[in-house]
Write a protein that binds this ligand. Structure first.
Ligand SMILES: Cc1ncc(C[n+]2csc(CCOP(=O)(O)OP(=O)(O)O)c2C)c(N)n1
Ligand code: SF4
Ligand SMILES: [Mg+2]
Length: 351
């Protein structure tokens, strides 16, 4: 963590969003990550997405585990709620917070070690439960914070900085998220802001599990020849399935007007995602098709990026549990206690 706060002053002519906030209002403390770390680009993309959506910072809860990636919530949304939990335990802490107060926007930030190694069970269960959250994994294939051991997402055959060959098979978190029912699944690259910002904005507006795996090279331990998570490798093997613009109820977030076919995806809450398709056959509503597409391209060594799947009729854990609309932490004793007559009836039914 850093204790270096950013100076508060800024240029008076800085652009403002619908709430009158500037970019600076969505920033956090000064990053202490290595210069060039992919994670800092993800931070910048989150700041941009929240600015574009005119999100009120106090409505966001950012929760992370342990790792360089899990440090990043300190570098954005300095006026939001935050909790830096234990290694691999972000999903359960986020689930608890979400159950207590459904009114906040939950942003889970994690690493590949945090989510695919020690936290794989937590990752899997939060997805299958349908927790309403944006779950971002900053995936560099290594434990950056502890000096570059292979994580469970490191590809078999990739080489560590010291020249050690990884002989274990890799876990693909996107494939698991699709299989376990995540209703918004995407993959991107930290160096591709044009693609990443609208993906994050779409995820924040999505009701249910929105999972984004962001390949985010570690310049200290995983950016050498032989690494399959390096800047050069990903740029050479990236195969984008679609171009994404997010249209909100306010000003549209315009990312790219390059020509192509556009597919508008309407989400449950009425927000729309316009997909500019590169591959004319790609259908972002087909979960099984997305899984097949991913596997087919992975076998060819290609990294598929973009919005791979979205369910416009998505639900979340609160809909599954049929909880009341009011946040549970706002209910008082009178609302929580059904009264002795009803309690007696329940007790009698159990005798
Ligand atoms: C319970 C527990 N086990 C192990 C550690 C040591 N540890 C700290 S960070 C980390 C790995 C972080 O890797 P990742 O989540 O990929 O984050 P990165 O630093 O690569 O962004 C490990 C093993 C710990 N802090 N707590
Ligand atoms: S060790 Fe790697 S992951 Fe950690 S800050 Fe440095 S470049 Fe980023
Ligand atoms: Mg990592």
């Amino acid at each position: 963590m850093t204790y270096i706060a950013k100076p508060r002053f800024h240029h008076p002519a800085l652009k403002k969003n619908a709430l009158g906030f500037t970019h600076r209002d969505y920033e956090g403390k000064i990053s202490t990550l290595c210069a060039g770390c992919g994670h800092d680009s993800v931070t910048a993309a989150i700041i941009e997405a929240c600015y574009e959506l005119s999100i009120e910072p106090h409505r966001v809860a950012k929760i992370s585990g342990i790792g360089c990636s899990s440090k990043t919530p300190d570098y954005f949304l300095g006026n939001s709620h935050g909790f830096n939990s234990v290694h691999g335990r972000m999903p359960s802490v986020l689930t608890g917070a979400n159950l207590a107060n459904r009114d906040l926007i939950y942003l889970g930030v994690s690493g590949d070690g945090d989510s695919a190694s020690i936290g794989l069970g937590q990752f899997a269960h939060s997805i299958r439960r349908g927790v309403n959250m944006t779950y971002i994994v900053e995936n560099n294939g290594v434990y950056g914070l502890t000096k570059g051991q292979f994580s469970a997402t490191a590809d078999r055959g990739s080489k560590s900085k010291k020249g050690v060959l990884n002989t274990d098979n890799a876990i693909d978190l996107v494939a698991i998220a699709l299989q376990l029912g995540a209703s918004y699944v995407a993959r991107s690259f930290s160096g591709d802001k044009t693609q990443l910002v609208p993906l994050i904005a779409g995820a924040i507006q999505h009701k249910g599990v929105a999972f984004i795996d962001v390949i985010s090279p570690c310049v200290a331990f995983n950016n050498h020849a032989g690494s399959t998570k390096s800047f050069d490798y990903v740029r050479e093997h990236n195969d984008a399935v679609n171009r994404l613009d997010v249209i909100t109820g306010r000003d549209p977030i315009v990312v790219d007007y390059a020509p192509g076919t556009v597919q508008v995806v309407e989400q449950h809450d009425g927000t729309k995602l316009a997909l500019r398709k590169i591959d004319a056959d790609y259908d972002a509503h087909d979960r099984v098709g997305a899984m097949a597409f991913l596997t087919k391209h992975a076998a060819k060594g290609q990294i598929v990026t973009g919005l791979l799947y979205v369910d416009p009729e998505s639900e979340d854990l609160h809909s599954h549990l049929n909880t009341v609309d009011a946040p549970l932490n706002s209910l008082n004793a009178a609302q929580l206690c059904p009264g002795s007559a009803i309690l007696n009836k329940i007790n009698a039914s159990l005798r």
